[in-house]
Every structure is written in C-alpha cells, then in structure tokens.
Ligand binder design. Sequence first.
Ligand SMILES: [Zn+2]
Ligand SMILES: [Zn+2]
Length: 390
Amino acid sequence: MDEKGAVRESCTNQRDALIAMSHRIHAHPELGFEEEQASTWLAESLADAGFAVERGVCGVPTAFVATKGRGPLHVGICAEYDCLPGIGHACGHNMIAAMSIGAAIAAARVADDAGLTITVLGTPAEEVGNDSGKIRLIEGGAFTGIHAAMMVHPAPFDFVAPKLIAASMFEVEYTGKEAHAAAFPELGINAADALTVAQTAVGLLRQHIEQTDRIHGIVTRGGDAPNVVPAHTCCKYIIRSNTIDDLTKLRRKVLRCFEAGAVATGSTMQVIGGDKPYADVRHDAAIAAVYRRNAEAAGRVFPDLGPQADRFAASTDMGNVSHVIPSIHPLIGINSLPAVNHQPEFTAHCATPDADKAVYDGALAMAWTAVDLARDAALTARLTGRASGR
Ligand SMILES: [Zn+2]
Ligand SMILES: [Zn+2]
C-alpha cells in the first residue's frame, strides 16, 4: 500500500473514535482557557497513538504540543476546542479538535517514510479575541521549528481561502458617581449615559469607515438599579479591519467615540485589552492548492459562492500563525444553511451525520496534504528554507 492509501486506512480505522471525540467535546462545552476536559481527552488520544505529548505549554494550562515522526518537513496541525458563552459549540471547534488529531495520527503513521514530522498544537481560547492561545504559543516558542501549519474550520460550505481579517477585542469601563436618581440627580455622574454617547458616536462613525471594517459590541454591565445613578458600566467591543495596520487606524477612531462618552458625562474611562489583536490570515497559495486537490479527492465540493465570497469576513488567531509560518485555514461545509456559525442552530448541526462526515473528510484531506507537501521537493525546500538540490 502506498503512503496515501495507508493514510486513508488510518482515517477509516479511526473514524468511529474521531466521531466519538467530536461528540464528546460537543456534549461538554468549555470556554476559552477552561478547556480542561477537552485538552485532556485530546492529549491522551495522541499519547495512546505514540505521540510525545507535553501539556500546559507556554504557561497555558489547557494548551499542549504532541509530536511524532523524524522527517525533515515539520508540519503543525492546530486543534481548537473552546466553545462560546451560552450557545456551546456554535463554531464547531469540537470538530476541529477531532479532525486535527485524526489527521495527525494518520499522517504520523507514514511520517518517517514520507519525510514528515507531525506536531499537533492544542491551541485554547480562539474565541476570546485578544491574547488568545495561538498568540501565547507563538510568543512562547511552541511554533518554532515548524515549517507549515494548517487547520480546517467548520462552516456552512467548503471554502479553500476565506477572507479572514484582523480583529481586536477590548473592554471599556466607565466610572461615574452614584446618587439617588430622583432626590439628588444633580450629584450623580452617569456612567450609563457615557455608554449611550459612545454607542451613538460609534453608530455615526459607521459612515466614515472602510466598507470592509466591522464594529460590534455588547454591554456587560449597564447599572445595578434604576433608582441609583449608574456609577460603573462596562462593555466589550470587537473591531475588525483588513489588516493590522488598518485595524490600528480604526481603533483610534473607535476609541475617540468612547472618549466622547467620558467627556460628555464627566465619567472616567479605562480601556482593557485590545493589545494583542488577531492578524489577518495570509493563506499560502501553494499549500491551499494542495489542500483543495486532496479535499476534492476525498469527495468535497467547493461551491461557487459568487458575491458571498467577497462579503464573507471572519477572524482567527490562525492569522497570527500565518504571519510567522506558511499556513492554511480552509473551511469545511456541514450542510447547515440557513444555520450559520455562532447560532445555537449551528451548534446542533456540529454533531450531525454531515458534521461527522466533515470530521473524517477534513482529517483525510489534511493528512494527505501533509504527505503531498513532503513529496514535493521544491515546496519542501521552500518551506524548510533549504535548497531543493535541483
Ligand atoms: Zn467562532
Ligand atoms: Zn471558530
């Protein structure tokens, strides 16, 4: 049997276990940096498959690194496993986790013959929007020595190189002064009004930003009682722009809107976070082409999305990885429409037969991609930074 046949056989042998892993994580959703069960289950599965596993890497308790093989081309496969508050695995990270360990175990089976070293990077807290798992693992050196990185993300449809733009999540806290809202209102400083002014200013700002920018937020503390002038309010906002540079410009404009709230009401303001944003994803075109070919060989179909392809924009900390290592972040469809990511209906779709099929197909396509990268002397030479000898 050739290497790709052996990879397929491994994926087929793992199919039931991968689907069980996907469903198990789906049934036990854990928020970012709290993924104790998921990281344990994944690390144990990889250890059972002969990987050398290190847990709690880079000071992140729910991160791990698992490596097998001794080949010259070192491929990293990222696993995400955090959920969203209140709606569980509405982004399908349970599937990403299962797909990534499946791909790694299958590719590792042929690693030495194919010329591969395979590492799974367990990367927590993708949904937090700032200073996330992959950012901490990059800073901590966990990606050092890896030549190419990949992961596959669930979506309503397959999409080989989706637009994934820069993003930054931050909190703004206003502090005012309590007072009896009826008897002594003139003595109060209304921190909720500060938020109202800021939201109005952000709304007006929307006329004057790039069409591709995104601004969205929630109030996390709006006051405690209607008869007490609110003295402590808080909100969380995410801003997105095509690149980190564009994001810096947008951030300046948005923060002025929040300052307006403080000025208008006399509240003081504190900005928390936003210091470690997500970068835009630079898809490596050659690796993406190899993935597409293999995904199609596995039976996946990439629909013509028409104008939707340009309208689509999300963000991920895989962007930060793609700025330091050639990377891909394709989407894999789970036939969920009209349900889309971050809806409870999508959560339900992430443990259906369509999702289970995507787990298998994604694992197979990624493992085949790793084998093909190692087989391509010119590509391997570029990725490893060595002359190809041709
Ligand atoms: Zn998400
Ligand atoms: Zn996601």
